[in-house]
Design a protein around this ligand. Sequence first.
Ligand SMILES: Nc1ncnc2c1ncn2[C@@H]1O[C@H](COP(=O)(O)OP(=O)(O)OP(=O)(O)O)[C@@H](O)[C@H]1O
Length: 731
Amino acid sequence: MSKLPSATSRLRVPQPSGLKLPGSPLKRHGSGNDISISSEKRLKLSSSSSNESEDSATEMRPTAARRGGRPPALAVGKLRKSVSMANLSAQGLRDRNSGRGAFTRAGTSSLSLTGRPSNISASTARLSSVGIGGRKPGTNITNRVNNIHQSSVGTKSSKPTQILNKDNGETVSKGKPKRAAWDLKGRLQDMEDLVKNQAVQRDELSATLKNYNSRIENLELEKQDLNKNLQKTQTLSQAHQEEVDRLKYNLRVELDERSSEKRRFESLIQNFEFNQSSLERQMKSLEAELSARQEEVSGLKSTVSHLTSAQAGMGSELSTTKLLLEDRNKRVTELEEKVVQQKELIEYLETKLREGENARRKLHNQVLELKGNIRVFCRVRPLIGDERKNNGDSDVVHHINFLDERTLEVVKIGGDPNGSTMSGLKGRGNGAFEFSFDRVFSPSSTQADVFEEISQLPQSALDGYNVCVFAYGQTGSGKTFTMEGVPGIEDLEGMIPRTVKHLFRTMKDLKDKGWIYTVEASFLEIYNETIRDLLASSKDSKSLTYEIKLTDSKKNETFVSNLRVVKVTDETEVHHLLHLAQQQRAVAETKMNERSSRSHSVFRLKLVGSNSITSESCEGTLNLVDLAGSERLKESGSEGARLTETQNINKSLSNLGNVIMALGQKQSFIPYRNSKLTHVLQSSLGGNSTTLMFVNVSPLEMCFNETLNSLRFATKVNQCHIGTATKQVRK
Ligand SMILES: Nc1ncnc2c1ncn2[C@@H]1O[C@H](COP(=O)(O)OP(=O)(O)OP(=O)(O)O)[C@@H](O)[C@H]1O
């Protein structure tokens, strides 16, 4: 039995990469790959022990696997290989250093490298530091193993080789003289040596195993540490990964922001570039302008020099002008004083004008009063159409003579030469009858001529008087023509449109004198003693009833209930109302006139004025009345419903005459209520009003009797003095 030298042997072996050997008896020293084996753990190797080692390692594997898997077994396997290689290396080195003879000594341990039995005398194998240090640095361990192998092969014949006798199980040493069969003692001695040797080997191997186990434990611990570290590292790595993800996300967001910002900046840059180009263009144009200005300036400079020289001349002119200005200033001051004086004069004159206006009003109404507060105008209409043809195309009305502006004569051709019996009025005895009125209009008189005579009446209404204009006469005598005329033809416009036009024109003039008016219009019709509103809608006119009521019994003023009263501000609005009323008027045919109006129509304008300068106020009413035809029943030939119409018309007209007579005779009782007509006009007839009656006369000789009747009625009216008109002042 041979042992490794007690001195510490150093084997330089390449350490398997990644293998760490903490606490292992095989320790690294310095930076080299030396493995030291303590003297107590001298390794005695033989071919059998080699096999045992492999078996041990094989046995260890499951254990290691049980403990922690492959790494320990692998480590052990590698370690074993390393140790084997270390021994081989040691052997190789020794071969080199001490020659092969050293291995030939008998009774030493054997070393199995390749599984081929090989006796290597290891008892004296000493791995000295000198031996190791003697090798050339950088020599490959494989080379050294090869050397050993070669040495082993090369010495095969000369070295004692221990082989097992298969027949008897003895180990025989090759090269060693074989004991004789009889040398039982010697052979026993060999056997004992062998047994001892194997016991030592077993002990060493168990020590080695123990060692390996402790190393494995250490490795396990180290592995646990490594696992912990690995977990920590994984956790750290995960955290880092999350951090990386977060940073990536932030980076993406940042990139997005940067890209949008980049786009924004790009668009800004584009804008700037555009602005820059436009500014450049502007600059160029400005430069051009500048150069033009510079040229202008140079021109101006020369002008300035001219002007400077001219200034000197103007200086003297200026002094002259200053003198003139002073003179003018004096004149201006004088003129300003004059203006003040003139203003005062204007104010004085305006005051005088207002006083004059008031005086004019008073005088105007005094004139009307002197003329009588009821006046009658007679108008004879011209022959029209066939009437003229039948008259031999002559306009001459043979039975009517116009003696002067106020007198006419009607003659009954072929009548009683003592005609005085016919009328009882100024009969001349030759069938001629003379009538005098305030004015007589012949057939040639125009609408304008007629209006001129009544134009003072609207002024009276504006001054606060009640004015009433009637048109009386038989059917077809020209009443409607006189009152309304032909709408739309200015020359043929009647008294109503002309009065309205005149009213609004006068109101405009009066505005300068402080008068402001409100005008309210209404239009009613009395047909068969029933009142109809000509401005009401057809629905209202059917459902509503119209009654005449007193507003103030002391004033004798009346109003019609439910009657539509429309505020008007200009003549157009009035014309619109007139048109509306015209459409609604009851028109029926009679024998006398193809378009015969069988009703009385009353168009009323209420005028309320106030003067902001004089604080005066007044309220006047203008009634324009188109009466129904006054023909007698016998003449009209009416029957049935038309007969009733004619009876009602005659009744109301005769009552109108009665009222006027009663007023003229200053009777205590005035029969206003005997007919709707006089009742409606109650406040516009009598002492508080100015009344004008047109008596319209037909030029037809066949209408002689009706003409005579109309003229007689008008004469009666004209003879009435129904009181003195008084102005209505609003309180
Ligand atoms: N001054 C005149 N100049 C020309 N034509 C006139 C004149 N007066 C009346 N006429 C014409 O005579 C006709 C009858 O006149 P108008 O209708 O005015 O009579 P009236 O008295 O109103 O009849 P009624 O009582 O039926 O309403 C109409 O065609 C009208 O145009």
